[in-house]
Design a protein around this ligand. Structure first.
Ligand SMILES: C[S@@+](CC[C@H](N)C(=O)[O-])C[C@H]1O[C@@H](n2cnc3c(N)ncnc32)[C@H](O)[C@@H]1O
Length: 239
C-alpha cells in the first residue's frame, strides 16, 4: 500500500520513480489517478482499433506494464509491444508481473530516458499515459517529433496528461477537487501536501491547448479529447 508520504518529513526531496515508489506504484496509481481503470480500458479499446499486424505498439513510461497486461488480450498476436521507462525498478516489477501473468507476446522492455534517447519505428500505436509531463519541457518537441515520425500513416498517439487550465479560478478549483478526490481515496492532508511539494519541480503540466498544438505541429493531422476529469486530460492524435 502506498504510504510513501504518510510520515512527516523534515525536508521534501524531489519525487522519483525509484525502488520505493516502484514497490507501491500500482496502488498509488489506482488511488491517485481519477478513473485510472476506465482510462486503461479506453486505451485498450482504441489501441485495438489502430493496431496493425506486423507493427509495433509502444508504451513510453510503461512503469509496471499495467497497460500491456490490460490490452494484450484485445490485440492481434503479431503486434510487438515495446515498453520504455527510465526506472530500472519499475521495469523489474513489470517483468515480474508479465511473467506471473504468463505473458507470451513478443515484446521488449527498454530502460531509457526520453530526455536523452528516443526512437520510435513502425508504430501503429504509441501510448504516453501520464509520462510526457515528466519529460523536460525543452525536450517535449523533439520527443513528439520522433513519435510522429515513427508512427505509420493512420496510426495514433494516445496521450494522457495532467493539464493546467488557462483560467486561474478553474485551475484553483480543479486542483481543490483533485485533492478532495485524494482524500476520498484515503490519503491524509499531510500526505497530499508533501507529495504535492515533491512533485513541484518534477511534474510540469502544459495547458490542454499546448499539448494539442504540440501534437499537431509535430506531424499528427488530427487531435481530439477522449477523456477529461478536471485537470486530467486524454487525447487521441491520428497521423
Ligand atoms: C505516472 S508513471 C506512468 C504510468 C503508466 N504509464 C501507467 O499507465 O500505469 C510515469 C512513468 O514515466 C517514467 N518516466 C518519467 N520520466 C521519464 C523519462 N524522462 N524517460 C522515460 N521514462 C520516464 C517513470 O519512471 C514512470 O514509470
Amino acid at each position: 500500500m502506498d504510504a510513501l508520504f504518510r510520515e512527516k518529513r523534515q525536508k521534501i526531496d524531489d519525487f522519483d520513480f525509484g525502488k520505493n515508489t516502484a514497490e507501491v506504484f500500482d496502488d498509488m496509481l489506482d488511488r491517485s489517478v481519477p478513473f485510472y481503470a476506465e482510462v486503461q480500458r479506453m486505451i485498450g479499446e482504441m489501441a485495438a482499433d489502430f493496431a496493425v499486424p506486423g507493427t509495433n505498439l509502444y508504451d513510453l513510461g510503461c512503469s509496471t506494464c499495467t497497460t500491456f497486461l490490460q490490452i494484450d488480450k484485445l490485440l492481434p498476436p503479431d503486434v510487438t509491444f515495446i515498453g520504455v521507462d527510465s526506472s530500472a525498478p519499475m521495469l523489474d516489477k513489470a517483468r515480474a508481473k508479465l511473467a506471473q501473468a504468463g505473458f507470451t507476446r513478443q515484446h521488449d522492455l527498454v530502460c531509457s530516458d526520453l530526455n536523452e534517447n528516443m526512437s520510435v519505428t513502425n508504430a501503429s500505436v504509441v501510448i504516453l499515459n501520464l509520462t510526457l509531463q515528466f519529460v523536460r519541457p525543452l525536450k517535449r518537441t523533439p520527443v513528439m517529433r520522433e513519435i510522429a515520425k515513427g508512427v505509420r500513416e493512420g496510426g495514433c498517439l494516445l496521450l494522457v496528461e495532467k493539464v493546467l487550465s488557462p483560467n486561474s479560478t478553474a485551475n484553483r478549483l480543479f486542483i481543490k477537487y483533485y485533492y478532495e478526490f485524494k482524500k476520498r481515496q484515503g490519503y491524509s492532508e499531510l500526505e497530499i501536501a508533501q507529495k504535492r511539494e515533491a512533485l513541484e519541480n518534477v511534474l510540469i503540466p502544459y495547458h490542454a491547448d499546448e499539448n494539442r498544438q504540440l501534437m499537431l505541429d509535430s506531424g499528427f493531422s488530427a487531435c481530439d479529447v477522449f477523456f477529461r476529469w478536471y485537470n486530467f486530460c486524454g487525447f487521441i492524435a491520428i497521423k
